[in-house]
Design a protein around this ligand. Structure first.
Ligand SMILES: [Zn+2]
Length: 508
């Protein structure tokens, strides 16, 4: 018997001693700031199919190797390759002002030129015929396709300072304008994708949009629908300025230079790292966080922080608990943002692992302390999660509201890919820090928004849960709770279905 080697001697160390060492390492030797700086400031956004995404995967593998952890990039698909270049957008008439804006993801560039042209607002046509008659007007112009927001102040700001009647009136006006704009688009008879391509065909030189994220100075940055002309997002403030000048007949002109590169079809990856188990190497405890991001900023909280939690937890586990009973795995997924593609591919490609995962913990909703943990519909999740959580220091554990057995998540982030396969997979869910408004998919999701003390808190939580799950003498139950009947149809609740990933994306 291997009494003096491997896990046996290690697991004889008292659990609470190991836990104390995990806390000490996370607190006194934290690498979070350095990792965050290298990944977010140095490499930047990680849009699927970009060279920066590949660079990030290679960086992660090198980082794990430097910690003595085996890691690899697993190819799971292909995507349209694209690289963002500069976006320079200036108003040049009636006065000069540099505008805050950028091209959307996958936008075509301006072919090395600066295009100067007038703006025109999408017309409020009576119907699709009237729209077609108006269409020639866009030739040679930048078309503004978003409504102008009546206020750039978030509702919480109105609530604090406005007269109640003013706030109510603003909300009513805004709702009416939003509805009218929705109708304006629908009366063209086109979907937003068709609209973009119709404007492009009609000779527009670019499309200008503004997707406000309901906070001060913050816009969502998603993808372009055009294939030849540039599509850009302009901040609420500057978009409103242009809109008002266009509407009042001043005929403002903007000057736009946008560079981007098409890179053909490129491979897409997940980064997988592992610390081999000594006693039950064929059973797995798994950490999980998507690695990709949108590219309006650097994806610092979506999902830089989840990524940092898992990397730092792995580093600490390797140092404090190098001979785990079960194999510790981490998955850094590609293309979560386009539909959980990396994790769905992993589930599909690795049945031998999927059938033997003791537990998986995913984190993907911002920089905040974990405050929620639900049982995802696993009947006995209370037993094991409760047992493991009881070992977490009280100041961290007491923040976490638990709900058992809960109901299985059908989407939202990568844990759902595993839940669908019947794997006890859970979401370490953070408190808000106004994530949805200020950082999620926005142009403000940057390093400065990270609350490192909260991220450190989550590292300790994740590392201890993984340690406890690895050591647990029992294998976790996968028994599913009977799901409540649908309130709408009365039919029995159904477990979410397994879905296949998009293996070849971004091409239409
Ligand atoms: Zn995310």
């Amino acid at each position: 018997m291997l009494l003096f080697y491997g896990s046996t001697s290690f697991s004889q160390k008292n659990d609470s001693v190991i836990i104390a060492e995990i806390v000490k390492e996370a607190t006194e030797n934290s690498q979070l700031e350095k990792l965050g700086h290298e990944l977010l400031d140095g490499i930047g956004p990680r849009l699927v199919g970009t060279p920066q995404m590949k660079q990030a995967h290679d960086w992660a593998v090198a980082k794990y190797s430097s910690w003595g952890i085996t890691a690899r990039n697993e190819k799971w698909g292909e995507w349209r390759g694209w690289e963002r270049g500069v976006s320079h957008i200036d108003m040049v008439y009636p006065r000069v002002k540099s505008l805050e804006g950028m091209q959307l993801a996958w936008s075509p560039g301006t072919n090395g030129k600066t295009i100067t042209a007038e703006t025109i607002i999408l017309t409020d046509a009576a119907d699709s015929f009237a729209f077609q008659r108006w269409l020639p007007n866009v030739k040679g112009k930048f078309v503004m396709i978003s409504m102008s927001q009546p206020t750039g102040r978030p509702d919480y700001n109105w609530e604090e300072f406005a007269l109640k009647e003013s706030f109510e009136k603003m909300k009513m006006d805004r709702a009416a304008q939003t509805e009218a704009w929705r109708k304006r688009i629908s009366k063209t008879g086109l979907t937003s994708k068709e609209l973009a391509r119709t404007l492009e065909k009609a000779g527009a030189v670019g499309i200008v949009a503004s997707t406000w994220s309901a906070g001060f100075g913050v816009n969502k940055i998603f993808d372009a629908n055009t294939t030849k002309i540039a599509t850009m997002d302009i901040s609420l403030e500057d978009y409103g300025l242009l809109y008002r000048l266009t509407e009042s007949g001043v005929k403002p002109r903007i000057s736009v230079r946008i560079d981007s590169k098409e890179l053909g079809i490129v491979p897409t990856f997940n980064t997988i790292a592992e610390i081999k188990g000594t006693e039950k190497p064929g059973e797995y405890v798994m950490l999980s966080a998507h690695f990709d991001s949108w590219d309006g900023a650097t994806g610092a909280t979506d999902n830089g922080t989840g990524t940092l939690v898992m990397m730092e937890a792995m580093r600490i586990l390797k140092k404090i608990y190098p001979n785990p009973k079960r194999t510790i795995l981490v998955g850094h997924w590609g293309s979560e943002e386009q539909g959980l593609n990396g994790s769905r591919a992993f589930v599909e490609d690795h049945p031998e692992i999927i059938n033997n995962i003791q537990v998986l913990f995913n984190q993907d909703n911002g920089t905040g302390r974990v405050v929620n943990l639900a049982g995802q519909g696993f009947l006995h999740s209370y037993d094991y999660l409760g047992r493991w959580l009881s070992m977490v220091p009280a100041n961290i554990r007491e923040q976490v509201d638990t709900r058992f057995p809960g109901s299985p998540g059908g989407g939202g982030s990568d844990f759902a890919s595993f839940v669908a396969a019947g794997v006890p997979a859970f979401s370490l869910s953070s408190n808000s820090w106004l994530y949805g408004t200020y950082t999620w998919h926005t142009n403000r999701d940057t390093y400065d928004k990270i609350v490192f003390d909260d991220v450190r808190n989550n590292v300790i939580l994740a590392a201890i849960l993984i340690f406890m799950a690895s050591e647990d003498p029992e294998k976790t139950s996968r028994e599913k709770a009977v799901l409540p009947a649908s309130r709408r149809t009365g039919e029995p609740g159904k477990w979410p279905e397994l879905k296949s990933p998009t293996r070849k994306g971004g091409l239409d």
